[in-house]
Design a protein around this ligand. Structure first.
Ligand SMILES: Cc1cc2nc3c(=O)[nH]c(=O)nc-3n(C[C@H](O)[C@H](O)[C@H](O)COP(=O)(O)O)c2cc1C
Length: 311
């Protein structure tokens, strides 16, 4: 049996394999170290950080759905300074760490990026553009191409680290959003964030979540995410990190065949905190069985009959 090279380069970030864990579903990494050797995965994307510590919504803020979960945690986090001084040093040096940024206005986003850019321990940044844009009356930055472009360009100017922009699926044309990121100097795109959704408790005649609306994640959204990765792969030349409902190596491979250079495991971590290690091992086995020397060669290798519709 020949060896398989599992390394991929995601937007300038060297990963030992293509499997990362998704922001908000893996804490700051240390919480999972008892269940998984963090060196078995490509790396982790830490919980989105704001300038100051932030508390989330009151409960109920998570709920189970058919093949998924709804959450409206609202980006509770320790703040950028505690992340840099306490959370980051607690992770072994061999673990590749991407930090995620979230804020309510562009200046604050850029300031969080600048602070994170001062750390040599961070391999790259993921810009979570799926938060409400307060100045536009609550619509997400990621839903407005103009606001998204301004956000990406300001954060780009503030930091030299590799910059991935995490796209919202709550748009009509995901390819347009990816093109905006490419034009404004992003190094890659991550997609998708949770799909806006809600649920109702008919006994109480009330919404299930205290926030009424939440984000749907888990296996239920995988086909939506796959479709969006496929469309973005054909719209831009940026590398893509695929996210949405991944729980097995087969799920991850679907994203890679559709054009994702790397993937993130999210909600599945709640069911099994060691699952991402198995996803990484399964990708390697798949390549080995098929005589694929480099896992990177699988990216975009989907065979589509000529003349087939669907982009
Ligand atoms: C409880 C929870 C918290 C999340 N928090 C964040 C976050 O802080 N930042 C972010 O960019 N995405 C966040 N997400 C979205 C995930 O990173 C991911 O994009 C989404 O859940 C889809 O992937 P999945 O179906 O594998 O979970 C969160 C998701 C969940 C379920």
């Amino acid at each position: 049996m020949s060896a398989v090279d599992t390394r991929v380069n995601l937007a300038g970030i060297e990963l030992r394999n293509p499997v990362l864990t998704a922001s908000g579903t893996f804490g700051y990494g240390t919480e999972f170290a008892a269940f998984l050797d963090l060196r078995e995965i490509g790396g982790l994307v830490a919980k989105s950080l704001t300038l100051k510590p932030r508390f989330g919504n009151p409960p109920p803020r998570i709920s189970e759905t058919a093949s998924g979960m709804l959450n409206a945690i609202s980006l509770e986090n320790v703040g950028v300074e505690s992340f840099l001084s306490e959370k980051l040093p607690a992770l072994p040096d061999e673990v590749t760490v991407l930090a995620s940024i979230f804020e309510t206005d562009i200046g604050r986003y850029a300031e969080v990026a600048r602070r994170l850019g001062e750390s040599s321990r961070i391999a790259g940044l993921e810009l979570n553009a799926s938060c409400p844009h307060v100045q536009s009356g609550g619509i997400e930055f990621g839903q407005d191409p103009g606001a998204l472009g301004e956000l990406v360009s300001r954060v780009r100017a503030a930091v030299r680290l590799p910059l991935l922009v995490k796209l919202s699926p709550n748009v009509t044309d995901i390819a347009e959003m990816a093109r905006v990121c490419e034009a404004e100097g992003a190094d890659g795109v991550s997609l998708i964030n949770a799909v806006q959704a809600m649920d109702v408790d008919v006994e109480r005649g009330r919404p299930v979540l205290s926030n009424v609306l939440g984000g749907l994640s888990g296996p239920a959204i995988l086909p939506i995410a796959l479709r969006m990765v496929w469309q973005v792969y054909h719209a831009v030349s940026l590398p893509i990190c695929g996210i949405g409902g991944i729980a097995t190596a087969e799920d991850a491979l679907k994203f890679m065949l559709c054009g994702a250079t790397a993937v993130q495991v999210g909600t599945a971590n709640y069911l099994d905190p060691s699952v991402s290690g198995r996803v990484a091992a399964g990708i390697r086995s798949y390549a080995l069985e098929r005589g694929v020397a480099r896992v990177a060669d699988l990216v975009g290798s989907l065979e589509v009959p000529s003349g087939a519709p669907g982009r």
